[in-house]
Design a binder for this molecule. Structure first.
Ligand SMILES: Cc1cc2nc3c(=O)[nH]c(=O)nc-3n(C[C@H](O)[C@H](O)[C@H](O)COP(=O)(O)O)c2cc1C
Length: 185
């Protein structure tokens, strides 16, 4: 079975980001049928519809990279009970020009990570709202609201907790099946 290429988008730019740590652990624990790579979104110019006819090179490069993957995994913090602006900007950039969205049909998964108790539930579901419009089939189960995340990693960014590691492994296995089931070849 050919490997499926998966874009990983992290909704935090912070150097010590818990979300980036979680994304890297998920990548390590994923089955061999997936090839995951983080696509950086921090340098994407803010979306402006005036630039649709003459887009910045960074927008075009980003859109092309998304068009070439088989699926997308979002790993995001919650900012003010919603999606951080940097991630929303990347989603908007990828969605245009109208009728040429890079996201259409891409199987996807959402993981939210927070030091708080409810694991970024608000961001997770706000993101899913956009994915409905963008026609990105989003994996329903297992859901991933990773709470109390400040206690989950050691100084090297590795998960300290075997139950979280096991959950991450199962999540990635389910996502691999999801990509095979609903994605195009
Ligand atoms: C602007 C801002 C808004 C935040 N709002 C929320 C929130 O609504 N819910 C929450 O659980 N944490 C919130 N936080 C705390 C973040 O969950 C915390 O900073 C987290 O570590 C960010 O993810 P990162 O470690 O990947 O950067 C907020 C943080 C910032 C900077």
């Amino acid at each position: 079975m050919a490997q499926k290429i998966i874009a990983v988008l992290v909704g935090s730019l912070r150097k010590e980001s818990l979300n980036r740590k979680m994304a890297k652990e998920l990548m390590k624990l994923s089955p061999g049928s997936l090839q995951l790579e983080i696509i950086e979104i921090g340098e994407l110019p803010l979306y402006n519809q005036d630039s649709d006819d003459n887009p910045p090179a960074a927008w075009t490069e980003f859109r092309d990279r998304i068009k070439n993957v088989h699926g997308v995994m979002f790993v995001t913090p919650e900012y003010n009970r919603s999606v951080p602006g940097v991630l929303k900007n990347a989603i908007d950039v990828g969605s245009r020009p109208y009728g040429k969205s890079a996201w259409a049909g891409k199987p996807s998964a959402v993981v939210s990570v927070s030091p708080g108790a409810i694991g970024g539930f608000g961001a997770n579901h706000h993101l899913r709202q956009s994915m409905v419009f963008l026609d990105m089939p989003a994996m329903q189960q297992p859901e991933a609201y990773i709470g109390q995340a400040a206690n989950l990693f050691d100084e090297h960014g590795s998960l300290v907790n075997e139950s979280t590691r096991e959950f991450a492994r199962k999540f990635m296995l389910a996502f691999a099946t999801w990509v095979e089931t609903v994605g195009s070849s």
